[in-house]
Design a protein around this ligand. Structure first.
Ligand code: GTP
Ligand code: MG
Length: 197
């Protein structure tokens, strides 16, 4: 499925401009700068379709990318971006919350966590919201190339344990690096099962 050509389809600043949910969707959420846009590029091996930046807060709209006619990948604006104006920050956050809790056709949210920084209150907030709205999610640890390999597994276990505290079954955390390519194939395998064939 990830071999299909990725094409920009729509951008939305408000929920009324979300495109019709014609395809199954997989969305990528997480704090600003965790590597959401980079992961879309790595998964599809199509660099340059989704813009990335070392300055946090680059993605400011919900961006929909079609993968052929099979699947839609959705790049969400990051939360917790410290320098944005309060009003703008609140607007992004509300938009993301509305999207993840109400979107028809949303099959999975990949919640990205930076391996180095771990889970933050905003991440827990989003998890709680997804639990309440019964949105399926998958935790993805990103930028695993930035810490020692032994630390990666240890941090993943810590996150799984903290999730088990309020939930009986927890999907295993997937560890990836868009830079080295580690874990990208496993994530593709997991996500491919979600698409309509
Ligand atoms: P916002 O759009 O601001 O929410 O950010 P984002 O989550 O889309 O992050 P983006 O993909 O733009 O990446 C942010 C920065 O992290 C860029 O400088 C990337 O090059 C870098 N980055 C992304 N993935 C990796 C990775 O796997 N390893 C390393 N070392 N850096 C990465
Ligand atoms: Mg982005």
């Amino acid at each position: 499925i990830f071999r299909n050509k990725m094409e920009f389809f729509a951008a939305a600043k408000i929920s009324s401009s979300f495109p019709a949910p014609d395809l199954p969707e997989i969305a990528f959420a997480g704090r600003s700068n965790v590597g959401k846009s980079s992961l879309l590029n790595a998964l599809t091996r199509q660099w340059g379709v989704v813009r990335t930046s070392d300055k946090p807060g680059l993605t400011q709209t919900i961006n929909f990318f079609n993968l052929g006619t099979k699947l839609c990948l959705v790049d969400l604006p990051g939360y917790g971006f410290a320098y944005a104006k309060e009003e703008v920050k609140d607007a992004w956050e509300e938009l993301v919350k509305e999207y993840v809790s109400t979107r028809v056709g949303l099959k999975r949210v990949c919640l990205l966590i930076d391996t180095k920084w771990g889970m933050k209150p905003r991440d827990h907030e989003l998890i709680n919201l997804m639990e309440r709205s019964q949105t399926k999610y998958q935790i993805v640890l990103t930028k695993t190339d930035t810490v020692f390999p032994m630390d990666v597994a240890r941090r993943a276990m810590k996150i799984e344990e903290s999730l088990k505290a309020n939930k009986s079954t927890v999907e295993p955390v997937i560890m990836v690096s868009s830079k080295s390519g580690a874990g990208i194939r496993s994530l593709r395998t997991v996500l491919s099962k979600i698409a309509r064939f």
